[in-house]
Design a protein around this ligand. Structure first.
Ligand code: PMP
Ligand code: GLN
Length: 387
């Protein structure tokens, strides 16, 4: 530990390290197969890498406009009209960001003021709570539990007060692998209609949806869209989580305010990658293969782990699946995830860090964005749980 020369006044009550960092570090210390932190262990498309290299070499290396490279925003606008049927103004309704995490942070900073309440659905992706706290907001968690992870919208309605400023939804949902239905979205629309609540819709897994289901994007609900922002991540869509590129979409008046904040903490993001993505996503085949590609991986995981004594909640979306381990252990989920990593050689993510008040479910999350060989090797190790 280095010597501390000045006083520190932490802005966050729990400054802790993210569970992803903790488990990935433990995985590398024990040379465990990492099914914890969500990232593909396979390469992104060579065509995409070639485009990135081409634009870098051709000197696309200076600032681009704050809202995004116009050509990229046009590609995204066409893509959204094609996928969701909603016309999106490329300049006024999109802002390209340094990944979804930054888009979420900027959106929360732009719309949540001191004392404002924000409803989130737990288990919730781990950046929401600290970001709300940094904005001075108050987190109001709705608890979802294994195996359904369902939402009773009457209870949500009862949570709304005159201080509620934002509701954050996430579909397909990390970490449970569930999705919201059309009915869920209509219930949400009924609750926020006529209020000043901003809906922040985390849709980073928009294309990772299975069994023929349609992703219920906020963009399929024109009235709801008028008071919402949707957040996307190229990391998921392009198998390139390390690029940290994403974007936010919404009605002009919300995006205008978003951009006001964005200009002071980012201004614009990486130029040559934007040129490359603009070319790559112009072709629908470069994202339309994603549901079947990942569904095959999910099914392969379920086939290979069929004899492992963990009970899956079959994922409807994302590249995560929740597993109940109560047949093999009485340990709490963090202890069990650490045990799996250090003793069995497979890293997992416990569910409790995604809750304010963990319900005590004996559930862990495994990631299936992996090569078949990786899943096969993990399955062999996990068989040791049979005792
Ligand atoms: N939201 C969810 C639900 C996520 O799972 C992730 C990361 N995988 C993010 C946001 C952050 O995405 P990014 O890496 O683009 O910041
Ligand atoms: N989103 C990834 C996951 O859920 C992790 C991202 C991170 O490490 N911050 O596993």
């Amino acid at each position: 530990m280095s010597k501390q020369h000045v006083a520190i006044h932490p802005k966050l009550s729990s400054g802790g390290t993210t569970i992803f960092t903790i488990m990935s570090k433990l995985a590398s210390e024990h040379m465990a197969i990492n099914l914890g932190q969500g990232f593909p262990d396979f390469e992104c498309d060579q065509k995409l890498k070639d485009l990135v290299a081409k634009h870098l070499q051709e000197g696309k290396n200076q600032y681009v406009p704050l809202a995004g490279l116009p050509k990229l925003n046009e590609t995204l606008s066409r893509k959204m009209e094609h996928v969701y049927g909603m016309p999106i103004d490329p300049q006024a309704q999109i802002c390209v960001t340094a990944g979804a995490t930054q888009a979420l942070y900027t959106a929360i900073m732009a719309f949540v003021n001191k004392g404002d309440e924000v409803i989130i659905f737990e288990p919730a992706y781990d950046c929401y709570t600290p970001q709300i706290q940094l904005a001075g907001g108050v987190v109001k968690p709705y608890t979802m539990t294994y195996p359904d992870y369902g939402i009773d919208w009457n209870r949500v309605k009862d949570m709304v007060t005159d201080k509620t400023r934002m509701i954050i939804i996430n579909t397909p949902h990390n970490p449970s692998g569930t999705i919201l239905s059309n009915k869920d979205m209509q219930s949400l629309e009924d609750i926020v209609s006529g209020t000043s609540i901003v809906v922040l819709s985390d849709e980073v897994y928009e294309h990772l949806i299975y069994d023929g289901e349609d992703h219920q994007s906020i963009m399929r609900f024109p009235n709801l869209f008028e008071q919402s922002l949707a957040v996307f991540s190229f990391g998921k869509t392009l198998h390139a989580t390390g690029w940290k590129m994403g974007y936010v979409v919404g009605p002009e008046y919300l995006i205008k305010e978003f951009k006001t904040i964005h200009q002071w903490n980012v201004f614009c993001t990486n130029s040559f990658v934007q040129f490359a993505i603009a070319d790559y996503l112009a072709e629908a085949e470069n994202y339309e293969y994603l549901p079947s590609f990942f569904q095959e991986k999910r099914d392969k995981m379920n086939e290979l782990l069929a004899d492992v004594p963990l009970t899956p909640k079959v994922a409807k979306g994302t590249y995560f699946q929740a597993y109940d381990y109560s047949d093999v252990s009485e340990m709490d989920d963090l202890t069990f995830a650490k045990y799996l990593t250090s003793e069995i050689g497979v890293a997992a993510i416990p569910m409790s860090p995604f809750y304010t008040n963990p319900p005590g479910d004996k559930v862990i999350r495994l990631c299936f964005a992996k090569k078949e060989d990786t899943i096969q090797a993990a399955a062999e190790r996990l068989m040791r749980l049979k005792g």
